[in-house]
Design a protein around this ligand. Structure first.
Ligand code: AVI
Length: 308
């Protein structure tokens, strides 16, 4: 049994507002659902960012300064399916090394075998692990650039986001860069539609965590006794995902029982949205300086280049 997973689940379900850490969404099935979410019309962050990346990659070099730029070591945090790195690799042949860090090892291994076929000269390293923790990288002479697309930073609490940015600075070393995708505050309807898609893929993604606990933690959740809920919390500037119990029920996890009232929720994810200036303040409190911002039409998504 995965001990860290069990400890986190028990601790979260014992809270007055039952909570689960969103990083546990991403088992093999959850990663598949997430890939499907990315193909949805309603889920604008993925396609918007992917559409921006070729131009961003084309312009990147002019914002680099300092160290030699003949070699860039690119480090992707939470690498997943490796779709987003391709436009960078195509436009920036100076990227000679690529390190992919992700929690879902199997998914990443398949994706990186694919990448190696398309970019045979690229040195690829795969690291399975929790990228929120500092990681020892064998840093070469190359300039390091972190890559954290998809607005995954939004799934951290602001203090955790700051902590992550600080630890990424340590991981990447002096004179490094960081290219980040950040989802922006916008029209509430557009936000809520992105997390309540008409094909119910996001609902399946959310409920998959129950199936995962049943399988891995000897739990007995009935996924059909919970419903998916995603709402924008304007005060806190975040989409919240919950699983709402349809009835009064009792569930066991590894021998411990938990009571649910009808309508009670498990809070499974926050997805924070930032005004660019808000994000600048966060990055600078972690020691990064914004070098450049690219905004999608109507400002619905931002890509930022930070400099250490
Ligand atoms: C991975 N992360 C940035 C996604 C998001 O938008 O917060 C996860 C997600 N949750 C529901 N849909 C997508």
């Amino acid at each position: 049994m995965n001990h860290g997973f069990l400890q986190d689940v028990l601790a979260g379900l014992r809270l007055p507002q039952k909570t689960l850490p969103p990083k546990y969404f991403y088992d093999a099935k959850g990663s598949e659902y997430f890939d499907q979410i990315c193909q949805l019309d309603e889920y604008y962050p993925y396609r918007t960012e992917l559409g921006m990346l070729p131009d961003v990659a084309g312009e990147l070099k002019q914002y680099f300064s300092g160290k030699s730029l003949d070699n860039i070591q690119l480090v992707e945090f939470g690498a997943g399916s490796l779709h987003k790195v391709k436009p960078l690799l195509k436009k920036l042949p100076v990227i000679t090394e690529f390190v992919a860090i992700d929690i879902s090892g199997e998914h990443l291994k398949n994706a990186s075998a694919d990448l190696a076929e398309s970019f045979p000269k690229l040195q690829i390293k795969v690291a399975q692990g929790d990228f929120t923790q500092p990681i020892e990288l064998a840093l070469s002479q190359a300039t390091s650039m972190g890559f954290f697309p998809g607005s995954t930073i939004g799934n951290f609490e602001p203090e955790e986001a700051c902590e992550f940015l600080r630890s990424a600075r340590t991981t990447l070393g002096k004179e490094s860069y960081m290219l980040m995708g950040v989802d922006t505050k916008k029209d509430e309807q557009m936000l809520e539609r992105a997390y309540n898609d008409s094909k119910d893929i996001t609902a399946r993604f959310n409920k998959n965590i129950l199936t995962r606990m049943n399988r891995e933690l000897d739990a007995n959740f009935h996924p059909d006794q919970f419903e998916h809920l995603a709402i924008y919390n304007q005060e806190l500037g975040r989409i919240e995902m919950h699983l709402r119990s349809c009835t009064r029920q009792e569930v066991e996890v590894a021998g411990e029982s938990f009571q649910f009232k009808e309508g009670e929720t498990i809070h499974t994810e926050n997805s924070y949205k930032y005004y660019p200036e808000e994000f600048d303040r966060l990055a600078s409190s972690a020691g990064w300086k914004r070098e450049k911002i690219w905004l999608a039409p109507d400002g619905i998504f931002a890509i930022m280049l930070l400099h250490n």
